[in-house]
Design a protein around this ligand. Structure first.
Ligand SMILES: [Zn+2]
Length: 357
């Protein structure tokens, strides 16, 4: 039975340390925050897959996106979704988290106890990656980037229709549409949702690098051209440019002439975030669970205990406890502001691949 009086993870073979979640019998960390001997990595974003560790284990479908980020001499090991490997007596497997190409939940089983670490995840449709699949477990370690009741995503099909309608308006007004999304993951999902009968699609260099990794992995994307690769400046009127958020407000945009700008992010669900970003439009497209889908995930995984990390941990844990699900916020998890879907002006956008080129 669960001991409700505890304020820390109870009797479990996984524990939180200053370097991140550590599996004692396996001798490995999940998404460590500093270089370690053995890292199990949920996905290729820089705040989860940090460079400098000796050995990495990750899901096979993340091979192209992840190896592009890692130093050439990193020892990388790949495991297909659903297959198991035994590390120090711990059975480890990866299961799709629906967050981006190759993103995985990590399932660990030791002496009959099952712990699942979600990494970043979403339940929404995304044609560029495998969908999230619930994994039954005793302990569910869930992210909570958008763990507030205010975050409820609109239907993404309708949201993509709004993006294309905005692009058409830009074209008809003789403008270039500039759409911001994180370089790897979000941008490819956005491109997959663009109606390329409206006009040509151009990309920021970091976005195109992500496109190449996706295409190399077998994901089909609309035709795109990196702005930096063009020998002659095209007529950008009516075009779509997909760029990283940090390009906003920089001289890099001048080449496009008259532009309209938009940001695609979960943070756009809140009016103030759009104002701080000073973009013309905001579209609510997130690669994380919103409040209702986080609750749904907990129901479907049926854990005895939920550990909440990466965001609004205390709020989510308190709510779950009120609804009869034992939950605790993890100390030392990353705060909102370090994640890939963070794009408010004061929080930054991650730590790499963001410089305009
Ligand atoms: Zn991520």
């Amino acid at each position: 039975m669960i001991d409700d009086s505890t304020s820390r993870p109870t009797d479990c073979f996984v524990r939180q340390t200053p370097a991140g979640l550590y599996c004692d019998p396996g001798g490995f960390y999940v998404d460590p925050m500093r270089p370690v001997d053995r890292a199990v990595v949920t996905h290729a974003h820089s705040d989860h897959a940090r460079v400098g560790s000796r050995h990495y284990l990750a899901a096979e479908p993340s091979r192209h996106v992840l190896s592009g980020r890692m130093a050439g001499d990193a020892d990388l090991q790949w495991l297909p979704y659903g297959q198991t490997i035994t590390v120090g007596g711990v059975t480890v497997s990866f299961h799709p988290s629906g967050h981006m190409l190759g993103a995985a939940q990590v399932r660990m089983e030791y002496r009959g106890q099952v712990v699942v670490v979600t990494g970043d995840y979403k339940i929404d449709d995304d044609p560029t990656c495998q969908p999230w699949a619930p994994v039954q477990c005793h302990v569910l370690v869930t992210e909570s980037t958008f763990g507030l009741p205010v975050y409820r995503w609109p239907d993404s099909t309708a949201e993509f229709a709004s993006i294309n309608a905005w692009w058409r308006q830009c074209r008809d007004a003789g403008k270039c549409a500039v759409l911001y999304g994180y370089a790897v993951g979000k941008s490819q999902r956005l491109i997959a949702g663009l109606d390329d009968s409206i006009g040509p699609i151009y990309t920021h260099g970091a976005v195109e690098k992500g496109n190449e990794a996706y295409r190399a992995s077998g994901v089909s994307l609309q035709d795109t051209q990196a702005v930096a690769s063009l020998s002659q400046k095209p007529d950008y009127r009516g075009a779509m440019v997909v760029a990283v958020p940090s390009a906003h407000g920089t001289p890099w945009l001048r080449r496009f002439g008259r532009i309209s700008t938009a940001m695609a992010s979960g943070w756009m669900a809140v009016r103030g975030a759009r104002r701080r970003r000073s973009v013309d439009r905001g579209f609510v497209i997130s690669d994380h669970v919103d409040w209702p889908s986080l609750q749904l995930a907990v129901q479907q995984c049926r854990p005895e205990s939920v550990w909440v990390t990466h965001g609004y941990s205390a709020v989510v844990a308190r709510y779950l406890n009120e609804t009869g699900v034992h939950a605790i916020p993890l100390e030392g998890g990353r705060s909102v502001g370090s994640d890939d879907d963070v794009d408010s002006a004061d929080d930054g956008d991650g730590d790499d691949q963001e410089a305009p080129s």
